[in-house]
Design a protein around this ligand. Structure first.
Ligand SMILES: Cc1cc2nc3c(=O)[nH]c(=O)nc-3n(C[C@H](O)[C@H](O)[C@H](O)COP(=O)(O)O)c2cc1C
Length: 260
């Protein structure tokens, strides 16, 4: 195992891309994916343990916090948390800090991937996907420099009662929204969405994907569908699809990604 470990949740690749770039600039890391239960929760041998995850509905995806509770970290380890959102950081870092105290944290932005909520061009600052990607790579370098210097954040991540309430309601909103998934006749039954779904909520029946309600709205199924056969309300047919250009669906399905 590498001396650096990064636990990462990513629905549409932005956070995995960021985690990989941070890993490269800190001299390598094992990125343990936490889209579903992480395969290695014992990080006591790692000197540096990071978390990279998106903001979903005002805070961390519920599974990130649930899985973080199972991860063992050495009290001497340098810990860091990075939350990525399209516009506002929310309360995810504060919630993670309550589970695993973070020595360093940072909130960054990238393109939005919640296609039914906003177009992907919604991000602060407003940037084209190409410029947003370059900016994300620059931020990864900055974060890595801070991590290498073992920089400490002067304050704990901010708690925000409004975002906390939003985040508490989010799992219910996500499940309710899942009822609006439609799979069109252009589905070829390739099963990529089923392999991608972190909750195992999609199956292929008679050559077509069938999506259930146990959904956290990571939207990997919709955003990576090679046929654009998955929609989530009419608005999603009109909006341009987006996933991180450097992360394939296959890579997202991996359990541990070792970066040297
Ligand atoms: C279901 C869902 C909810 C989101 N909620 C928020 C939010 O509350 N605030 C925000 O600024 N961005 C929000 N976003 C945008 C994501 O945080 C952003 O697109 C992030 O880069 C996605 O990372 P990923 O590609 O690794 O999944 C949301 C995205 C999704 C899919």
């Amino acid at each position: 195992m590498n001396k650096n470990r990064i636990y990462c949740f990513s629905g549409t690749g932005n956070c995995l891309d960021l985690a990989k770039n941070i890993a490269r600039h800190i001299g390598g890391a094992d990125i343990v994916m936490m889209r579903s239960a992480p395969v290695d929760t014992d990080a006591r041998d790692a000197r540096c343990v990071g978390f990279v995850f998106p903001c979903y509905g005002g805070g961390a995806p519920e599974d990130v916090l649930r899985f973080a509770k199972t991860i063992q970290v050495s009290p001497d380890a340098y810990t860091f948390g990075i939350s990525q959102s399209s516009s506002y950081a929310g309360t995810g870092l504060a919630a993670l800090n309550d589970v695993i105290p973070l020595r360093y944290w940072r909130a960054v932005t990238h393109q939005c991937s919640c296609i039914w909520l906003f177009p992907h061009t919604l991000m602060i600052p407003p940037l084209s996907p190409e410029k947003a990607q370059k900016r994300s790579e620059k931020l990864a370098r900055e974060i890595a420099q801070d991590v290498l210097a073992r920089r400490l954040s002067p304050k704990a991540p901010p708690k925000n009662a409004l975002n906390a309430a939003e985040n508490k309601a989010w799992p219910l909103i996500a499940k309710k929204k899942a009822a609006a998934f439609k799979v069109s006749a252009s589905c070829i039954g390739c099963g990529q969405c089923a392999r991608l779904c972190p909750r195992g909520n999609i199956r292929v029946e008679y050559g077509r994907a069938v999506i259930g309600r146990d959904c956290i709205q990571c939207l990997g199924c919709l955003q990576y569908c090679p046929q654009k056969a998955i929609s989530l309300g009419k608005i999603t047919d009109k909006r341009e699809h987006y996933h991180n250009p450097n992360v394939s669906a296959e890579e997202l399905c991996e359990k541990i990604i070792s970066i040297s």
